[in-house]
Design a protein around this ligand. Structure first.
Ligand code: PLP
Length: 432
């Protein structure tokens, strides 16, 4: 996992390397928006390096805005956040590289248990007398992709009871298979199942329990799914899978124009001449390609913004470059092409790129390649089209959440106050 920190923009021969900027103020504003939909605690899910935008930057902004927990896929990612000074409680689920039980307990990483075998293994690995390993029992609430089937729940509880000297059951979780439909009726069976599973855990003598089910869609659309905590990942970075709320885009990808040229009508462009110009025009070559995460298969309409004008992609996407049609304009080498960003207007959104790629926005932000530089965009970048500015100060957001003994709860309280002010200033539905 990379824990993204601000990097200087490199300028060489007037070009800048492809750059993915994270906008912490947008993350904070999204947490503020989610707070309007729930009284539950918010877990900021920063798996896959904060959905591609930097786990540390996203976590810091989310904690500053009132999130109280962090969620990751792998305990080692949680350990990296701890090493960076993050103090908030962290839950790791799936754990594809396994769990070092003693290390997880020492790092204060809670582990979600998705099978009876996994719990047996953890119980065998955990050391009696060492700090208890805190676990959340993960019930399959209809996803059939993880989580213990209800039929195995009694056996799971039997194993948990036998390991009480090493393992502390502190939570029960499920995951909603159908929340993107924004239809509470579609979530009702999962809610029912989780209540049933929770009650069995309480009857077995465990508790108090932190119960959680909803991700972004459930958090925004169905209060019945909220229980004690909602686990929000996509929503932090401006993606609402239910498409019911306009959140704030938290990412901007840009690259330089590397060459530009005037061409005649009938000029083939790129590999295979898959596109031929239909008129005399200007073309600009942008230094970013599929190795940087630009999808190769794109529907008509895919475009980038140069100087506030949307320029269509022409020809095939290559590994390192893309060609755009700039029409009557000759665009100089070194001009900036914005691939996507939160500005709106000529600048495409991540959601538009997902539509052009026949995919979901998550794959666009998490797919940006390793050679793309990472940076942090300040508050100016978060200007709304109506001229309002975010009241979150980027430097404060980046600092937040780190440092031992700083009083997470006090910070959370302050942040909740700021989140409320932010929401009041911005109105309910974010950027235009
Ligand atoms: C178990 C679990 N909870 C929460 C999330 C966050 O979901 P979202 O990104 O829709 O908020 C995920 C993401 O896939 C997940 O696997």
């Amino acid at each position: 996992m990379t824990l993204t920190a601000p990097v200087a923009r490199l300028t060489l021969s007037r070009l800048h390397a492809p750059m993915l900027e994270t906008i912490p103020a947008a993350v904070a504003a999204n947490v503020a928006r989610i707070r309007q939909s729930t009284n539950a605690r918010i877990m900021a899910v920063v798996k896959a390096d904060g959905y591609g935008l930097g786990a540390l930057a996203v976590a810091g902004a989310a904690l500053a805005a009132g999130a109280e927990w962090l969620g990751v896929t792998d305990a080692a990612d949680g350990g990296a956040l701890r090493a960076a000074g993050i103090e908030a409680p962290i839950l790791a689920w799936l754990n594809p590289s396994g769990v070092d039980a003693a290390q997880a307990a020492a790092d204060r990483i809670d582990i979600a248990v998705g099978s009876v075998d996994e719990l047996r293994q953890l119980a065998a690995d955990a050391v009696p007398g060492a700090p208890l390993l805190r676990v959340h029992l993960h019930l399959d609430t209809g996803m059939t992709r993880g989580g213990v089937p209800l039929d195995d729940w009694a056996e799971l509880l039997r194993v948990a009871r036998g390991a009480r000297d090493r393992i502390d059951v502190v939570g029960v979780m499920g995951h909603l298979p159908d929340a993107d439909r924004a239809d509470p009726a579609a979530n009702a069976p999962a809610v029912q199942r989780l209540r049933h599973g929770r009650d069995a855990v309480l009857r077995a003598g465990f508790g108090p329990l932190l119960v959680h089910l909803a991700a972004t869609s459930g958090a925004l659309t169905d209060p019945a799914t909220h229980f004690d905590l909602v686990r929000v990942g996509a929503g932090l970075v401006g993606i609402d899978p239910s498409e019911t709320v306009a959140l704030h885009g938290a990412a901007r990808l840009s690259a330089s124009v590397v060459h530009s040229t005037a061409v005649a009508a009938g000029t083939p462009v790129g590999y295979g001449g898959a596109y031929t110009t239909d008129r005399a025009t200007h073309l600009a070559v942008i230094g970013v390609g599929y190795a940087d995460g630009i999808p190769r298969e794109l529907a008509t309409g895919a475009a980038m913004a140069i100087d506030g004008i949307r320029c269509p992609l022409v020809g095939r996407v290559s590994m390192d470059q893309i060609v755009v049609d700039t029409g009557d304009r000759h665009v100089p080498r070194g001009a900036t092409a914005v691939v996507f960003g939160p500005e709106g207007g000529a600048v495409p959104s991540v959601q538009e790129w997902a539509r052009w790629a026949g995919s979901i926005p998550h794959t666009i932000v998490t797919g940006i390649g390793a050679r793309v530089q990472r940076g942090i965009a300040g508050d100016l970048a978060h200007r709304r089209t109506d001229g309002e500015r975010s009241s979150f100060v980027t430097e404060d957001l980046l600092r937040c959440g780190r440092g031992r003994g700083q009083g997470q709860a006090a910070r959370g309280q302050a942040a909740r106050g700021q989140a409320a002010r932010e929401h009041a200033a911005h109105g309910p539905e974010g950027l235009a």
